[in-house]
Design a protein around this ligand. Structure first.
Ligand code: UD1
Ligand code: CA
Length: 454
């Protein structure tokens, strides 16, 4: 098959979104709808990729920076036929042009390939057969079953209004005829618009072959005009992601409560409990379990690690057989070796933690390098910031940090050292020794608490 040209119509304003953001930038799975359409288009290896923009064009172009897209402005929205006409100078003289829509985000490349096949050297229309065709253009066929016209609902006669086969809007068109057809469009219809759909009757009259394909799933042709439809397509998208994961062997405890907004790569025997949110690129090794209500963004988790509920991990690397959470937070630059335990209300930022080390309760580890077999007690803080600059804390192998210790960076706790609970460590703790850095406990004999005067 010859490489098609693809034009994405994206000039509509999206009034019913009630938003200052152009409609096609509203996200499905964290990505603009237009980006989904562009991805489907790319899967067909197009010779040209043209986007017709209008409202909020600068915002759209700033968000979608793909260098190979040809941007065409339609400053006034005079109809779908007018929109495609704006793209004509960007199209070659021969071959086929596929027309897609920036607010129809879930069309699969396989469906578009079937449409191109149905077009051959002529044209083809992607249709759907629906219970309630209200609002859509109807596909009019002759006695032999050939599509001969598309009639917009507002222009339908009573008989045509009964037709349940509708135009999805997605068309494959022969470039050789396109300029002539678009030039001949008239706007003498109920909406006063230049209808792209009128080219079907022109093709029929010119004896150009008109094929058609029916969408396998209605959602592939579903457009978004408001936030309700946006949420509906989001759920369909997420359900499909969950199905694909389960079909690949992942245990998803409830496919209705999983959100994948990016790439999620799973090894064997991975289990995902409810309400997980996975963003960016997330890699989970064999036997990883992710508890309920976790958020993972751009993280790599090695085999056998368990992430307990309500943990939030971002830009982090987690080694094998670690135990994380519940309520743990790994911030950017957290790197854990194997068998590390990070417990509840522990925050780790820009720190490397060595094999078998444990930081189990209520602790902040930031800008630190922690060796292996280290135990950090409850409620410890690496005091890394003086309000201007950040400093590093080094905790070497086999260190034991007593509970409630403040490590005022820059500072090093040398290998095998022990720091007594409640210490404020401002100087290095020597290897193998016990260091205490706290006021000595005193008891004042006979001291009386002040009494309230009655
Ligand atoms: C269109 C079809 C209709 C089909 C329906 C499917 C026409 C005349 N009608 O109707 O047969 O059943 O889609 O949803 O094509 N756009 C522009 N510039 C314009 C006008 C529209 O870029 O000047 C874009 C819009 O942003 C939108 C798409 O084209 O993404 C469809 O336009 P819209 O006016 O909503 O078409 P419908 O009336 O829904
Ligand atoms: Ca319209």
């Amino acid at each position: 098959m010859q490489r098609p040209s693809i034009v994405i119509l994206a000039a509509g304003k999206g009034k019913r979104m009630y938003s200052s953001m152009p409609k096609v930038l509203h996200p499905i799975a964290g990505e603009p709808m237009l980006a989904h359409v562009i991805r489907a288009a790319r899967a067909l290896d197009p010779a040209r990729l043209v986007v017709v923009y209008g409202h909020g064009g600068e915002q759209v172009r700033a968000r979608i920076q793909d260098a190979d897209i040809q941007w065409v402005e339609q400053s006034e929205q005079l109809g779908t036929g007018h929109a495609l006409k704006m793209a004509l100078p960007a199209l070659p003289q021969d071959g086929t042009t596929l027309v897609l829509y920036g607010d129809v985000p879930l069309t699969r490349p396989e469906t578009l390939k079937a449409l191109l096949k149905a077009a051959g050297a002529g044209m083809a229309v992607l249709t759907d057969i629906v219970e309630n065709p209200a609002g859509y253009g109807r596909i009019v066929r002759d006695a032999a079953g050939h599509a001969i016209a598309i009639v917009e609902e507002k222009d339908c006669n009573d008989e045509q209004r009964q037709i349940r086969e509708i135009n999805t809007g997605i068309l494959a068109l022969p470039n050789a005829q396109l300029a002539g057809w678009l030039g001949a469009l008239k706007n003498g219809n109920a909406q006063g618009e230049y209808y792209l759909t009128d080219v079907l009757a022109m093709a029929h009259h010119a004896g150009v072959r008109v094929g058609s394909a029916v969408v396998p799933h209605s959602y592939e042709a579903a457009g978004v005009n408001n936030k309700v439809q946006l949420a509906e397509l989001e759920r369909i998208y997420q359900h499909n992601r969950a199905l694909a994961l389960m079909q690949a062997g992942v245990t998803v405890l409830d496919p209705a409560r999983l959100d994948v907004r990016g790439e999620l790569l799973c090894g064997r025997d991975v289990t995902l409990d409810i309400n997980g949110v996975f963003e960016g690129r997330v890699e989970l090794g064999d036997n990883v379990t992710v508890g309920a209500n976790c958020v993972l963004k751009n993280v790599k988790v090695a085999a056998g690690t368990q992430i307990a509920p309500f943990s939030v991990l971002e830009d982090a690397i987690v080694g094998e057989a670690c135990k994380i959470g519940p309520y743990a937070r790994l911030r950017p630059g957290a790197e854990l070796a194997a068998h590390v335990h990070i417990g509840n209300f522990v925050e780790v930022k820009k720190s490397v933690i060595g094999e078998g080390s444990k930081v189990n309760h209520l602790t902040y580890v930031g800008d630190a390098s922690v060796g292996s077999k280290v135990n950090v007690g409850a409620g410890c803080v690496t005091v890394n910031y003086n309000g201007v600059d950040k400093f590093r804390t080094v905790i070497e192998d086999n260190v034991f940090v007593g509970s409630g210790t403040l490590m005022v960076a820059p500072v090093t706790l040398e290998a095998g050292s022990t720091v007594g609970a409640g210490s404020v460590v401002t100087k290095n703790a020597p290897a193998g020794e016990l260091t205490l850095a706290r006021a000595r406990q005193v008891t004042i004999p006979g001291w009386k608490r002040p009494q309230k005067k009655s």
